[in-house]
Design a protein around this ligand. Structure first.
Ligand SMILES: [Zn+2]
Length: 118
């Protein structure tokens, strides 16, 4: 499977979608607009509000991975989930609100080294 888009919570639990799954899900939920707290203008990485994400997935047409994402959002230890675009070299230079810092801090635990600095 070519990993395309990962959803991670503050405990490091993750759900990873392949390119087809990510594309179809993003279409169904309109790019998570309604659940987005903060997003990179240059790629698909973003901070999502768990409660809004659950509502969004509940209202969306069925998707094969929606149940896993719902469970991730339901069990998340904080109010936010983090979507991580795995297909881009984007280092998010234009993502300049506090959501970006929160996102980086959530993901740094998953990486071997520090994330790229913009
Ligand atoms: Zn980016």
């Amino acid at each position: 499977m070519l990993e395309s888009l990962a959803f991670v919570d503050d405990d490091g639990e993750e759900v990873v979608l392949d390119a087809d799954e990510a594309q179809s899900l993003l279409t169904l939920v309109e790019n998570f607009e309604a659940a987005t707290v903060s997003a990179c203008p240059g790629c698909r990485s973003r901070v999502l509000a768990c409660v809004a994400l659950v509502d969004l997935l509940d209202d969306a047409p069925p998707h094969p991975r929606a149940r896993e994402l719902l469970e991730l959002a339901d069990d998340a230890p904080t109010l936010h989930l983090y979507a991580w675009d795995l297909t881009t070299q984007c280092v998010h230079p234009a993502w300049r609100d506090p959501g970006h810092t929160e996102w980086m801090e959530a993901l740094v635990d998953l990486l071997d080294g520090p994330p790229p600095r913009s």
